[in-house]
Design a binder for this molecule. Structure first.
Ligand code: 13P
Length: 259
């Protein structure tokens, strides 16, 4: 299984020029790592159409989408519209959407269904909740996991990329505290166990489960050294092409080392 490194640009960068430059710097280097690493860039909606011309090895992702497929829904974007611009992935259930925009588990569940229907790969974040603390993460993750996967078949579950992203470890949060790589490893393994209960141990072992929260060039080796962690969802560090490249390279090196 290839390692997966996903950039979540959030509401950045400030101009299309910067967006184009960021993505092309990664795109031009992808042939050095593409046999072991897949990179996805989740850009703001309005940059997706122009960026689609510059992405060949890098895949494009959206940061959200509507659970409805069409109709009079002001301000929303549909899965079908995303597909028009070669978008292959979509982040769903990010803690910023849960905390600031009222996104609930049932909305995330509906969005997962819609994404799968239109063959978009859902990148589903677990770990965002107001009272999240290190010691109650298993409880939060298992509750969120159960709720967002309600009524999904085994086949559907296997198409999802899950991310353990504790909200308190996100670099831009007030009082942010980076998670230890031990904690990340334990929680990724915990999430894999939850998956195994639904799809069996062998299938769960083959699914990508990522970690997100202040991953950057200085600490990436702490996370990449654990084979349980299939890659990273990267916020702030993905806005600096050199920082982002070091993260990609480190997972690549680790992958080569183990093969
Ligand atoms: P940071 O890497 O800035 O902590 O952001 C993580 C994140 O929210 C990615 O979705």
């Amino acid at each position: 299984m290839k390692k997966l490194i996903i950039a979540n640009w959030k509401m950045n960068p400030k101009s299309l020029e910067e967006a184009r430059s960021l993505i092309t710097r990664t795109e031009h280097r992808m042939n050095q790592v593409a046999d072991k690493v897949q990179v996805v860039v989740a850009a703001p909606f309005i940059y997706l159409p122009p960026l689609s011309h510059y992405c060949h090895m890098v895949k494009l992702g959206a940061q959200n989408m509507s659970w409805l497929t069409e109709g009079a829904i002001t301000g929303e974007i549909s899965a079908q519209q995303l597909k028009l611009f070669n978008v292959s992935h979509v982040i769903l259930g990010h803690s910023e959407r849960r905390l600031y925009l009222g996104e609930t588990d049932s909305v995330v569940n509906a969005k997962i269904m819609t994404a799968l229907k239109y063959k978009l790969t859902p990148i589903v974040c677990l770990g965002g909740e107001e009272d999240a603390k290190q010691n109650n993460m298993p409880k939060i993750v298992s509750r969120q996991f159960g709720a967002v996967t309600t009524n999904l078949s085994q086949k559907q579950l296997e198409k999802i990329i899950f991310v353990y992203e504790p909200v308190w470890a996100i670099s831009t949060m007030e009082k942010s505290v980076p998670a230890s790589s031990e904690h990340a490893k334990v929680m990724v393994a915990y999430l894999r166990k939850l998956l195994a209960k639904k799809i069996g141990i062998a299938r769960a072992a083959n699914m990508p489960i990522l970690y997100g929260g202040t991953v950057n060039r200085s600490n990436v080796s702490q996370f990449s050294k654990h084979p349980e962690i299939s890659g990273a969802l990267v916020g702030a560090a993905s806005l600096d092409s050199e920082n982002f490249w070091e993260i990609i390279k480190e997972f690549y090196r680790e992958s080569i080392h183990r093969s």
